[in-house]
Design a protein around this ligand. Structure first.
Ligand code: S3P
Length: 438
């Protein structure tokens, strides 16, 4: 990414006020994808304006879908139906977005034309066999080098529905297979080892598709059509998480985060923070939730935290929140033990290694394990840490700077634009000490 700025994070004021957090990344990607293959015009409100989700929208334009932007945060998608996408002239660039690449692998494997999916250096390191192999088992042909992007997808292959038992809990893989299943012969069934976010299943139903569901199981029949619908994207809990932890840590804080999506498969962090002693109040919002999502205002007040053992069953429900949980753990009294989270090693960076090395730089003892870490709470010192070109690592260390004894410099924060371009300004408005540095 061209923007190679650093941040300097220092203690600011107590965090106070009401914050509006931008739209959910997972929901925004899926909303564009399903609207594109539906029949008719869908309006998406609350669309996340960020590099990842814009990459998905740009890809569907390349595939022949007209998408209007009447204003920021709104997309009007002129769906082309299940057989209306066209071959793109050039490679389809997913940027940093794993969700885009994995879900599109499923969707494009079922088309009549060839496509090529490419991404940035981080995406080129992420494992793609987890989608390639089950899609191949359905009859798809996808070439990749050693299981990594770029993915060359050969179209015109009839797909056969089948049952998949996923070895890892992954909403991205589940979604890729369900999307491919919309064009497959017969039924495509996905069983997951632990339930993951079910936005694809629920959104398919909102677009009129039949999806059969039971705990840990989702299935679709091929040959269905989707019908356009309007969607409202909720505020992204994963973006709210940085403010939830910051307000818990900074004395005197009281923040209200407005109308955040509090889907139970996303909010595991709340359960763990509560066990650590956090003062969190959820005020449910009345009326039908956005995109069928439960919504709540989250009110966070400062409270002293203590370490915990993170329960294994909560891990998939907070998979994107471990970087910021590590900051909470570093500032807590006692040790926090994380296990069963080996997936963190194959996210936008190796998040276990990135957090362990950054926290050690800041004077915190961390024992790294293959599938987690033990973080021994203490006093955060200043120092220079690296984002590893990972948005969530950058934002997590911005939170660390709010309670560190000296400035925390965070290297190469340009990647924050992939999920939360407005973070720096919103954080300062809330009371963070955070500034750009050369
Ligand atoms: C996502 C699922 C998760 C998550 C990612 C978004 C999604 O990945 O980490 O940020 O939108 O489905 P996995 O399903 O690979 O765990």
């Amino acid at each position: 990414m061209a923007d190679r700025r650093d941040w300097v994070a220092t203690p600011g004021t107590a965090l106070r006020g009401d914050l509006a957090i931008p739209g959910d990344k997972s929901v925004s990607h899926r909303a564009v994808m399903l609207a594109a293959i539906a029949e008719g015009e869908s309006r998406i409100d609350g669309f996340l304006e960020a590099a990842d989700t814009r990459a998905t929208a740009a890809i569907f334009r390349q595939l022949g879908v007209a998408i209007e932007i009447p204003e920021d945060g709104v997309r009007i998608v002129h769906g082309v139906g299940m057989h209306g996408l066209h071959a793109a002239r050039e490679a389809l660039d997913c940027g940093n977005a794993g969700t885009a690449m994995r879900l599109l692998a499923g969707l494009l494997a079922a088309q009549a034309f060839d496509s090529e999916l490419v991404g940035d250096a981080s995406l080129g390191r992420r494992p793609m066999r987890r989608v390639i192999e089950p899609l191949q088992a359905m009859g798809a042909r996808i070439d990749a080098s050693d299981g990594h992007a770029p993915l060359r997808i050969h179209g015109g292959r009839p797909l056969q529905g089948r049952e998949h038992a996923l070895p890892v809990a992954s909403a991205q893989v589940k979604s890729a297979l369900l999307l491919a299943g919309l064009w497959a012969d017969g039924e495509t069934v996905v069983r997951e080892p632990r339930p993951t976010r079910d936005y694809t299943e629920r959104m398919l139903a909102a677009f009129g598709a039949e999806v059969s569901r039971a705990p840990g199981r989702a299935a679709v029949h091929g040959g269905q059509r989707l019908v356009a619908t309007d969607l409202q994207v909720p505020a992204d809990f994963s973006s709210a998480a940085f403010f939830i932890v910051a307000a818990s840590l900074v004395p005197g804080s009281e923040l209200r985060l407005r109308e955040v999506g509090v889907h139970p498969r996303r909010t595991g962090l709340l359960r763990v923070l509560r066990a650590m002693g956090a003062d969190l109040e959820l005020v449910p919002c009345a009326g039908p939730g956005r995109a069928g999502e439960p919504l709540a205002d989250i009110v966070v007040r400062h409270a002293p935290l203590h370490g915990v053992d993170v329960p294994l069953d909560v891990v998939p429900d907070m998979i994107d929140e471990f970087p910021v949980l590590c900051i909470a753990a570093a500032a807590a009294r006692g040790a926090t033990r994380i296990r069963g989270a080996a997936e963190l090693r194959v996210k936008e960076s190796d998040r276990i290694a990135a957090m362990a090395s950054g926290l050690r730089t800041l004077g915190i003892a961390v024992e790294e394990t293959p599938d987690g870490a033990v973080v021994r709470g203490g006093t955060l010192q200043g120092g220079t840490v690296h984002s590893h070109a990972d948005h969530r690592i950058a934002m997590a260390f911005a939170v660390a700077g709010q309670v560190a004894r000296a400035p925390v410099r965070i290297g190469d924060v340009g990647n924050v634009a992939t999920s939360f371009p407005g973070f720096e300004v919103l954080a300062r408005d809330a009371g963070f000490g955070l500034s750009a540095a050369g």
